[in-house]
Design a protein around this ligand. Structure first.
Ligand SMILES: C[S@@+](CC[C@H](N)C(=O)[O-])C[C@H]1O[C@@H](n2cnc3c(N)ncnc32)[C@H](O)[C@@H]1O
Length: 497
């Protein structure tokens, strides 16, 4: 019989083991749901919130690390196998990739990586794979794993390259695989591609937009200082501040902890990347405008507009078709203490904010008291500009999706330009870095009919960050002050008559 002392010792040992194993199983569970069930992190993170919370930094950095390195890990993994695992055993392949990642990128002792990785196979009851996984990991240990870690899927590299060429006005029809010979600027394009990929695979910074109607940036920095959070003003922008690293290991104050920052409940700030914060700079805002934000949830741009003092006596109408996101929009408006009404009928009333759970394609001129002076179209897109925040995009987004996205973007742009008053402006935006979703969509509108260029014209944009493209303005990831903003695109269209 065990003495009480020994029983406790064993209990402690077991708890310790649970502590070591549970987070790793959680990492595997999350990755499996992304890789095999094709679920996104934004769906999974809230579902697993309470389980992730006790080991937040460890689990998050592991999951994000594997996703960021997925394409080079996959290459190594496949090169070590005589033949790829069957479709039904992709969970085994994933466990192998987790082990390879941990060997290459983390400080876990090698023997522990081998032990823990193989243990995961027990968890999924596929112990038959222990030998092969073990052999691959040992092979990786014996080699230096010297491989280019800077990788996107091939189709995405080609699409980004096309976008770089468009952004720099390069006319040659070249792709990543075109030999350098004969294209004197091809090396620069490749360098740019490398930079975009490496920025997209980095851990992202956190920017806040301070609500200047309620406080100033320096006042807010003081509040952060009191609770020991370091931050700095982004000088080139009007309202942005960038939070600094909070620990030696480089673990950043995570978005999950943002709710604990001072003034969260009173709406003193909104978490928003630097690049979309240039939105007001694209517009000449004045009073008495009738404004539509056609794809408004969760409300970042709409709230930013409402913080613009120049817009006095204006009216803002916000739509979003996604019921869940619409609820988040309302919550964010409540937090910002915005007086709004939820309605199904738009009525003309200055100084009001009306929210409609509605598909923008269903908003017709007949339902409007008048045409809009300003329309924001922050279109649903591939989100390729925000891969550093959502690395699951690398696995989930497929080349085929682009076609559907672009068709939808073109339809929305066409439809909404029909709701714009003469003299009015539509600002088209995406968090995409792909030419097809950006200049491609705007170009299609102008080329679609002979009438469109007579009724509408492009307005040139000049922002502190990024570059003019033939139809708009492109920012690539990592560009801008501090650690730079996400990839983002703006195009401004004016209705002439
Ligand atoms: C890029 S997000 C908008 C982000 C938002 N403007 C912000 O700054 O917080 C695109 C939004 O468009 C919404 N959406 C997609 N298609 C739509 C449509 N046809 N009509 C209205 N909303 C739509 C999505 O639900 C999503 O919330």
């Amino acid at each position: 019989m065990l003495s009480n002392k020994n029983k406790n010792k064993n209990k402690n040992k077991k708890n310790k083991l649970d502590l070591v194993l549970a987070p790793r199983v959680l990492v595997f569970t999350l990755l499996r749901k992304i890789y095999i069930e094709k679920l996104s992190l934004s769906v999974l993170e809230p579902l697993f919130e309470s389980q992730i919370a006790p080991h937040h930094a460890w689990v998050k950095s592991f999951v994000y690390g594997v996703l960021r390195g997925f394409f080079y890990l996959e290459k190594i993994g496949l090169s070590y196998l005589n033949k790829p695992f069957k479709k039904k055993d992709q969970d085994v392949f994933l466990i192998l990739l987790m082990g390879l990642y941990e060997l290459k990128e983390r400080s876990t002792p090698n023997h522990a990586v081998l032990f823990e990785t193989v243990n995961l196979l027990e968890n999924i009851k596929k112990t038959w794979a222990k030998g092969v996984v073990n052999a691959c990991l040992r092979k990786a240990l014996a080699e230096n794993l010297n491989i280019n870690t800077n990788q996107f899927p091939g189709w995405l590299e080609d699409a980004v390259l096309r976008s770089i060429k468009n952004s720099y006005g390069v006319k040659n029809n070249i792709t990543k695989n075109t030999p350098d010979l004969g294209f004197k600027d091809f090396k620069d394009l490749k360098k740019e591609l490398e930079k975009i990929i490496s920025e997209s695979l980095k851990e992202p910074p956190i920017f806040l937009r301070v609500n200047l109607l309620k406080t100033s940036r320096s006042e807010y920095l003081e509040k952060l200082k009191i609770i020991g959070v370091q931050a700095k003003i982004v000088e080139s922008s009007n309202a942005a501040i960038e939070l600094e690293k909070t620990s030696e290991e480089g673990v950043r104050l995570t978005t999950g902890a943002i709710g604990e920052l001072p003034g969260f409940a009173e709406g003193l700030f909104y978490v928003q990347d630097l690049s979309p914060q240039w939105m007001p700079e694209c517009l000449s805002l004045k009073s008495d405008l009738f404004i539509l934000d056609a794809c408004a949830a969760p409300g970042g741009k709409a709230l930013h507009l409402l913080e613009q003092a120049a817009l006095k006596n204006s009216q803002l109408v916000c739509l979003d078709s996604d019921p869940k996101r619409f609820e988040r929009l309302k919550l964010n408006f409540q937090r910002a203490q915005i007086d709004f009404s939820e309605t199904s009928l738009i009525s003309l009333e200055k100084n009001t904010v009306q929210l409609l759970k509605l598909d923008a394609m269903e908003l017709n001129q007949t339902a409007l008291p008048k045409l809009f002076d300003l329309i924001l179209l922050d279109a649903p897109c591939s989100a390729t500009g925000v891969i550093r925040r959502h690395p699951d995009i690398l696995l989930l987004r497929k080349e085929e999706d682009l076609k559907t996205l672009v068709t939808n973007q073109k339809k929305l742009l066409n439809h909404l330009l029909g709701l714009l008053a003469p003299g009015g402006v539509l600002l088209y935006m995406t968090c995409s870095i792909l030419e097809q979703e950006n200049d491609g969509v705007v170009r299609a509108f102008f080329e679609e009919s002979l009438e469109n260029p007579k009724k509408f014209q492009l307005e040139a944009l000049t922002l502190p960050v990024g570059r003019a493209t033939p139809y708009g303005w492109q920012i690539f990831p990592g560009e801008g002050e501090g650690q730079g903003g996400d990839g983002f695109y703006y195009a401004k269209i004016l209705r002439i008559e």
